[in-house]
Design a binder for this molecule. Structure first.
Ligand code: AMP
Ligand code: GLY
Length: 418
């Protein structure tokens, strides 16, 4: 079959590389892709947001399955258009993708269906938000309601910090329309992990757990980013954790979406935190996580394209995994998640002896150069976290990564705990 992946980041590279290896797939296309994706897929000169060009391409090229990577085209209704045209697509409808696109929608849904998450209130007035923050005290969490590329959350350890964040969002349009409404949430303490499930309305196929590293610098310091590294599986979590998350969170949410008249098909990504009272939801995403997808799919032995096509017909199967652990380290442009320069060559980094997923690269003349904040993800593999981590850092230690930075502690939480 021919498959089409929509997007241009590391997550889409992981999808393309997996499809490239799947026995059921003959041709992989990616719109628009990047310099690394070009090694595993035919990159198209079509933007993620160009709905009509994507549909025409899928029709004219006998595309059996389209997978939409990023949240933006989902929120804009790309899935709806594919479905209306009778095309097979793996991704939620515009309405169902509100589980990610509006934190207020997700929180109300969880409240209504008693799904464990932090207590909260929503605000559009700074005066009311500030009264509430003063009443609750710190630590407290301030979140922009809409999409903000993983940057619209402030975990405030002081009341002053919380007030400043709320003021920036509500009074100074810090994230434009995305922060015209905010969610103010209780602070939860515990270990975070990511649970992605492939879903078709009622049918659920769980993927292996992963752990992201959201802060920019070592020891979880610095600003929140889209994710600076990940590993999978997360072997040190108590063994009942995954079952509890499935029974108390994933299944109830999937049922809730059906009851609300917005059944969910696509990747339901639950960002969870393991508190003393069990796993609770930090956020939902309506798509594959980035960088979690790179480390999870790197271990997948099953044929993903076939698995997804079968799922769209409500056929489930158990996913087969490599028993290796994969540790992925993101190389980002200096300055990210703030402003950064583009255009520096990554050729010397690519000499490192490990596999690279490309997140933000393009080819200029014969050189591959950085074209984004997150640029590459180096993937190391080994019999446990320690071995995988050593492999990837040994490889990176031998190359010149000036103009870029990466965290040196990806996976350390697992080592300290096991
Ligand atoms: P989000 O974009 O909602 O995933 O939030 C980004 C990060 O902020 C999460 O990965 C957590 O580390 C942190 N965070 C969000 N909500 C809470 C909360 N209620 N309690 C503690 N930390 C949180
Ligand atoms: N790594 C977090 C996300 O994909 O939103």
């Amino acid at each position: 079959m021919n498959v089409l992946v929509v997007g241009r980041g590391g997550r889409e590279h992981a999808l393309c590389y997996k499809f490239y290896q799947d026995a059921s797939v003959s041709r992989v296309f990616c719109a628009p892709g990047n310099a690394g994706i070009a090694a595993h897929a035919e990159c198209l000169d079509i933007e993620e947001t160009d709905q009509h060009a994507l549909v025409s391409f899928a029709k004219e090229n006998d595309i059996a399955l389209t997978v939409i990577g990023p949240e933006q085209p989902l929120a804009e209704g790309l899935t709806d258009l594919f479905l209306a045209e009778g095309l097979k697509v793996f991704g939620p409808t515009q309405e169902a993708s509100a589980i990610e696109g509006s934190k207020a929608f997700a929180k109300e849904l969880m409240k209504k269906y008693s799904i464990p998450t932090a207590g909260y209130e929503t605000f559009t007035s700074f005066q009311e938000a500030s009264d509430y923050i003063k009443k609750k005290g710190a630590p407290i969490v301030i979140k922009a309601d809409g999409l903000a590329a993983g940057k619209g959350v402030v975990v405030a350890m002081t009341e002053a910090e919380a007030l400043e964040a709320a003021e920036g969002m509500l009074e100074h349009n810090r994230f434009g329309a995305s922060s015209a409404k905010i969610v103010v949430e209780d602070f939860l303490d515990g270990e975070e992990f990511s649970f992605m499930c492939l879903v078709n309305e009622e049918t659920i196929i769980p993927l292996a757990l992963a752990q992201d590293h959201k802060r920019a610098y070592d020891n979880d310091k610095g600003p929140n980013t889209g994710g600076m590294g990940a590993y999978s599986p997360v072997a040190h979590l108590p063994s009942a954790t995954e079952d509890k998350a499935m029974n108390e969170i994933i299944k109830p949410v999937v049922q809730a979406m059906i009851k609300e008249g917005t059944p969910f098909t696509g990747v339901l990504y639950a960002g969870l935190i393991l508190t003393e009272d069990g796993p609770k939801v930090i956020e939902f995403n309506a798509r594959f996580g980035d960088p979690e997808t790179q480390v999870v799919l790197h271990r997948m032995k099953s044929d993903l394209a076939q698995l997804l096509l079968n799922l769209l017909e409500d056929k489930t199967e158990e996913v087969k995994w490599s028993d290796h652990t994969v540790v992925g380290v993101v190389l980002a442009s200096e300055g990210y998640p703030g402003s950064y320069e583009k255009g520096h060559s990554v050729e010397s980094i690519l000499n490192a002896e490990t596999f690279f997923y490309h997140a933000g690269t393009k080819k200029v003349d014969s050189q591959i150069v950085a074209d984004g904040g997150r640029v590459l993800l180096a993937a190391g593999s080994g019999k446990n976290v320690e071995a995988a981590r050593d492999q990837v850092y040994d490889a990176l230690n031998h190359v010149d990564a000036s103009h870029f930075f990466y965290r040196k502690d990806i996976g350390n939480k697992a080592l300290n705990r096991s």
